[in-house]
Ligand binder design. Structure first.
Ligand SMILES: Cc1cc2nc3c(=O)[nH]c(=O)nc-3n(C[C@H](O)[C@H](O)[C@H](O)COP(=O)(O)OP(=O)(O)OC[C@H]3O[C@@H](n4cnc5c(N)ncnc54)[C@H](O)[C@@H]3O)c2cc1C
Ligand SMILES: *[C@@H]1O[C@H](CO)[C@@H](O)[C@H](O)[C@H]1NC(C)=O
Ligand SMILES: *[C@@H]1O[C@H](CO)[C@@H](O)[C@H](O)[C@H]1NC(C)=O
Ligand SMILES: *[C@@H]1O[C@H](CO)[C@@H](O)[C@H](O)[C@H]1NC(C)=O
Ligand SMILES: *[C@@H]1O[C@H](CO)[C@@H](O)[C@H](O)[C@H]1NC(C)=O
Ligand SMILES: *[C@@H]1O[C@H](CO)[C@@H](O)[C@H](O)[C@H]1NC(C)=O
Length: 453
């Protein structure tokens, strides 16, 4: 059976303010207004001179999404090593101060990687990439950006399974999955990680691999930001020459034929040529109306909309369902008069190899065991309406699959349940085991993004 997944990306119209947050410590609610964090920031300021920035004077700080940019933290700290991350965490826990961890900052909600009223732990200085002597692996700092990693690997003629956009961080990308232009050949980024260096909730530093802390290793492969602060990813690398990129745009009348052709290319990826990478986007613009355009690899897909929202749905491939999806998008957008937002639906393929490679090294947490390829769509539009309609259409076509890709998921989507009940349960148990006080949980200090408990 083949598997397709779909994600939806849309401008989000409201912005969230840092409000009072109540936390629980030993079951006792703490009314939080940054008081604890003020003390934590003062301590961090003395331990990390020059690398501690209070909100009011943090002028150079910038981040991809407007909602996160508007998020009011108390201070931002820039540790430069695993030891320093461990020290920061100790200060935060000692003061019971909430925090968020930032790598590339391409998540989209307050508290995902900019702390609401707490401390933003910015991993940006942990950004070096070291290639092994035999040139088959690289140790990538947990705060590295895609473009920094490729710049480090290029001189060796090497590549890794990295993101499509240079500013995306290795952290969120790899912990959640990591789809790439090389997916037909190499699968998810997470299936290429041999070792994680991780700062655990109790501030100890461990290396998790198939042999050492295997449960944690399993959990880090798909488990997001629930298990530790990853300070380095040891990942496989491989020789890679120039990647061709081409782009074409077609008028709305040609979408049906286009979808049929795209499906053929996705099939070729699985069977004949794993070098093929294709994505396509269905877009509205005032100038050209609805158009469909394809990119055959390496592009900067997003023109920096001020606020962003992604949501995601998985389904088995079906040209008919694909057509229905475009139709539904058009209807949703036009009904809500949202054409001014330049809505678009982007479809990526995640080929058969991805599923196969998920079985190596004890399997990952994603819970995908399907033969065939995935296709991944992203849209700027009215997310929830569209997804609801599209899900219904997928169910009607008997093509719905429950998997939700964390890195494109919308707030409120139950990502971990979508991995399957057993995987979710296992993740919860591992989380509880390494984090008995729940520091990294929704009732602890690191509450943003998607939490298993
Ligand atoms: C323009 C754009 C292009 C994209 N392209 C792709 C693509 O080609 N393929 C794909 O699969 N996805 C893609 N994505 C989705 C992307 O993978 C996710 O948004 C991902 O979470 C971003 O990671 P980040 O490190 O940049 O973001 P951040 O916001 O810094 O991190 C995301 C979450 O992961 C946590 N985290 C980050 N680093 C660490 C760490 N070292 N240890 C522990 N937790 C950590 C953060 O705390 C946060 O909760 C894209 C997103 C955008 C906006
Ligand atoms: C913060 O909370 C504490 C404890 O509830 C309270 O005493 C203090 O006045 C609050 N400060 C602000 C600025 O709201
Ligand atoms: C990555 O891990 C492997 C297996 O443990 C090891 O042989 C290799 O040296 C590591 N690579 C780097 C760059 O540290
Ligand atoms: C790491 O980040 C620092 C600070 O932004 C930057 O000066 C440096 O060039 C980066 N290193 C790499 C290898 O990209
Ligand atoms: C749609 O939006 C445009 C521009 O914002 C506005 O002029 C028009 O009246 C709106 N139409 C409907 C049906 O709401
Ligand atoms: C920290 O947590 C890990 C994982 O649960 C555990 O193995 C280790 O013993 C703990 N270390 C300390 C010092 O408590």
């Amino acid at each position: 059976m083949k598997l397709t997944y779909l994600s939806l990306l849309a401008p989000f119209l409201t912005s969230t303010n840092a409000a009072d947050i109540s936390l629980q410590k030993d079951g006792v609610p703490i009314l939080h207004n940054g008081t604890n964090c003020q003390q934590a920031c003062e301590t961090l300021a003395s331990e990390f001179p020059g690398r501690l920035h209070y909100l009011g004077s943090d002028d150079s700080f910038t981040i991809w999404d407007q909602k996160q940019l508007e998020t009011r933290y108390v201070c931002r700290v820039e540790p430069a090593s695993a030891d320093e991350v461990s020290k920061v965490l100790q200060v935060l826990v000692n003061n019971w101060c909430r925090f968020a961890v930032k790598c590339g900052g391409h998540s989209r909600f307050p508290d995902d990687s900019v702390s609401v009223g707490g401390v933003t732990v910015d991993l940006g200085l942990i950004n070096n990439t070291v290639v092994s002597d035999d040139r088959t692996t690289a140790r990538i700092g947990g705060g590295s950006l895609t473009r920094q990693i490729f710049a480090a690997l290029d001189p060796y003629g090497l590549a890794h399974v990295g993101g499509r956009v240079g500013q995306v961080g290795v952290g969120g990308f790899t912990l959640g999955g990591g789809t790439s232009v090389l997916a037909a050949k190499y699968g998810w980024a997470l299936d290429h990680v041999l070792e994680y260096e991780v700062v655990l909730p109790n501030a100890t530093i461990v290396v998790a691999s198939e042999d050492s802390h295997p449960d944690l290793y399993y959990a880090l492969r798909g488990g997001g930001n629930n298990f530790g602060i990853v300070t380095s990813f040891n990942t496989s690398v491989f020789p890679q020459g120039t990647v061709y990129t081409g782009s074409r745009t077609f008028a709305d009348e040609q979408t049906d034929r286009f979808l049929e052709e795209a499906e053929k290319i996705f099939t070729i990826q699985d069977a004949e040529d794993t070098n093929v990478g294709l994505e396509y986007r269905y877009t509205y613009s005032a100038q050209n109306g609805w158009t469909i355009s394809s990119t055959q690899r390496y592009s900067e897909p997003v023109s920096n909309p001020p606020v962003n929202l992604f949501t995601t749905l998985t389904h088995y491939p079906s040209v008919e369902l694909g057509k229905k999806g475009l139709e539904l998008l058009k209807r949703t957008v036009e009904r809500a008069n949202l054409t001014s937002l330049t809505p678009q639906l982007i479809t990526y393929s995640i080929p058969a190899a991805t599923m196969e490679m998920s079985k190596v090294r004890g399997g990952n947490a994603l819970g995908l065991d399907v033969e065939g390829h995935l296709v991944n769509d992203a849209v700027y539009a009215l997310a929830d309406d569209f997804i609801a309609d599209f899900r219904k259409a997928a169910e009607d076509a008997n093509a719905f699959h429950p998997f939700i890709y964390i890195n494109y998921a919308n707030k409120g989507q139950d990502v971990f349940l979508s991995y399957g009940k057993q995987n979710q349960q296992r993740l919860m148990e591992i989380q509880h085991e390494i984090d008995p006080h729940g520091v990294f949980t929704s009732s602890g200090l690191w509450t943003g993004f998607f939490k298993v408990r």
